[in-house]
Design a protein around this ligand. Structure first.
Ligand code: NAP
Length: 248
């Protein structure tokens, strides 16, 4: 079998760091060209440079996924550069944690806007182009927080739960056009925002995980790769937990 994403074009949001950057790199290793989309332009550029070093084409695109104008422009730039988009990974994310009495309306809106509206806007901009092509794969990044509802994460857990429904709607609306949509729910993954929680929290997280450790960005990227590839040709509307067994 050849590379899993040979000559596919992937539009990856939040590609400037963490899981998104790892997905961009893994996809490029499997033959994909990458539109690396991030709020942080220089970080997107760095990811694009990694991809080019692997011998694939890359376009770094600075965009706020919560802004409809930015999203349209980003999709337009990717289509201009590559001619089509085969894979959309809605991964960009932020957290602004506080318990409900302490949470500001602005922080509620900001988190919902990036995760839920951002995924809607990118899907609305790109899925119709996939429909014209008669094929496509969409991978949305939820969180196990959207299944269990974490204390201090009313905004984040609600957005991540909403992504499950949005993914299923996407899967149903586009299935007849050869487009699949699936959603990943990672547990604790060792990216900078997680590592910043401190040693004690990480130890506690690992102890509460049947596999006894936190996960790596590569372990999430592998599942995204599977879902984006033809290996998952009969998988749509699925919610895949990547948690080491935590909260199963
Ligand atoms: P990360 O390291 O903070 O990377 C997220 C990237 O998204 C950053 O480059 C960030 O840019 C970018 N971004 C933020 N807001 C954006 C916007 N409005 N438009 C475009 N880009 C934006 O986070 P991560 O840990 O890799 O998480 C990636 C995804 O996995 C998120 O959806 C997260 O909720 C989910 N997830 C992560 C974990 C975990 O344990 N790490 C667990 C479950 C789910 P800036 O740096 O400029 O903000």
């Amino acid at each position: 079998m050849g590379p899993l994403l040979r000559d596919r074009v992937a539009f990856v949001t939040g590609a400037g760091a963490g899981i998104g950057r790892t997905i961009a790199r893994r996809f490029a290793e499997e033959g994909a060209d990458i539109a690396a989309v991030d709020l942080n332009g220089p970080a997107a550029e760095e990811t694009a440079a990694f991809v080019r070093a692997l011998g694939r084409r890359a376009e770094a695109i600075r965009a706020d996924v919560a802004n409809a104008h930015d999203v349209q422009a980003a999709a337009g730039r990717a289509l201009e550069a590559f001619g089509r988009i085969d894979v959309l990974v809605n991964n960009a994310g932020i957290t602004l944690d506080a318990t409900i009495p302490e949470m500001s309306e602005a922080d509620w809106d900001a988190v919902l806007d990036v995760h839920l509206k951002g995924t809607f806007l990118c899907t609305r901009a790109i899925a119709p182009r996939m429909r014209e092509a008669g094929r496509g794969a969409i991978v949305n990044m939820s969180s196990i927080s959207g299944k269990i509802g974490n204390i201090g994460q009313a905004n984040y857990s609600s957005a991540k739960a909403g992504l499950v429904a949005l993914t299923k709607v996407t899967a149903r609306e586009f299935a007849a056009h050869g487009i699949r949509a699936n959603v990943i729910q990672p547990g604790l993954i060792g990216t900078p925002p997680t590592l910043e929680r401190g040693e004690a929290k990480l130890r506690e997280g690992a102890a509460g995980t049947p596999l006894g450790r936190i996960g790596t960005p590569d372990e999430v990227a592998s599942v995204a790769l599977f879902l984006a590839s033809d290996m998952a040709s009969f998988v749509t509307g699925a919610v895949i937990e990547v948690t080491g067994g935590r909260h199963m």
